[in-house]
Design a protein around this ligand. Structure first.
Ligand SMILES: [Zn+2]
Length: 245
């Protein structure tokens, strides 16, 4: 039973140790969302900057046109041509005003985008720190589990020496099929591993501490043991009963 207890420690430790790379990948994946948010925000910032520059060029362009019309208006010969130019000047100035409004609007939009960039960058830094701490914790746990497994493996080697060779072979064979569970307790007339009934005479023999024969569950093949007849276990139960009543 001690051998099985150690095997259970080894099996579960190994499963936990094998799970580490996946755990690390999952931790990294948590950062992907935060990274994507930063990329998207920066893209929006670039677009907003480009748009602002374009609008500023529009303002300049209309200003140049208005200036050109004003210069021309000094040298026109007819009243109609003068009027037409005045109209063009007014139009160009209106366009300047319109474009300037758009530049202002765009500057506000840009500020908003820049705030967003700062915000998601802070989120990313926070997530990176949290994940780094999480990974460090994982490494610490990994080290502890590894030690636990190594200790269990060493203890197991010692315990295995004390088990008769034939029984150990049987135990190992069943253990391949049922890792960490080659032994099953027989309790309340059942194999506790598979739930199938254990014959009463087998139970009787299991309870006889002097009996050296090995009994296996007829259904799952595990080696059966019984804790029921051991006197100190019975004493503990009745002691608990007394404490509860
Ligand atoms: Zn069984």
């Amino acid at each position: 039973m001690e051998l099985q207890r150690l095997d259970q420690v080894i099996v579960s430790s190994r499963a936990e140790l094998d799970g580490l790379p996946k755990q690390l990948r999952e931790a990294d994946a948590k950062l992907n969302g935060a990274r994507a948010a930063v990329t998207a925000a920066k893209e929006a910032q670039t677009q907003a900057l480009t748009r602002r520059k374009k609008l500023e060029l529009d303002v300049e362009e209309w200003k140049i046109r208005a200036k050109k019309y004003r210069e021309q208006s000094g040298s026109v010969k007819t009243n109609e041509a003068y009027k037409a130019l005045q109209h063009e000047i007014a139009n160009a100035e209106a366009e300047v005003a319109k474009a300037e409004d758009l530049v202002l609007e765009q500057m506000m939009a840009l500020e908003e985008v820049e705030r967003r960039v700062k915000h998601v960058e802070a989120d990313l830094r926070e997530a990176e720190q949290a994940i780094a701490a999480e990974k460090k914790q994982m490494q610490v746990q990994y080290g502890e589990k590894k030690k636990r497994m190594e200790a269990a493996t060493a203890d197991r080697a010692e315990i295995a020496k004390k088990v008769p060779e034939e029984l150990l072979d049987l135990y190992s064979r069943i253990g391949k099929k049922h890792p960490g569970s080659a032994l099953a307790e027989a309790r309340e007339e059942q194999c506790r591993a598979c739930g199938v009934r254990v014959l009463p005479h087998v139970l009787q023999l299991l309870k006889a501490e002097t009996d050296e024969e090995v009994f296996r569950c007829e259904t799952c093949g595990r080696i059966l043991y019984s804790l029921e007849p051991i006197p100190h276990a019975a004493r503990r139960e009745s002691a608990n009963g007394a404490a509860n009543s």
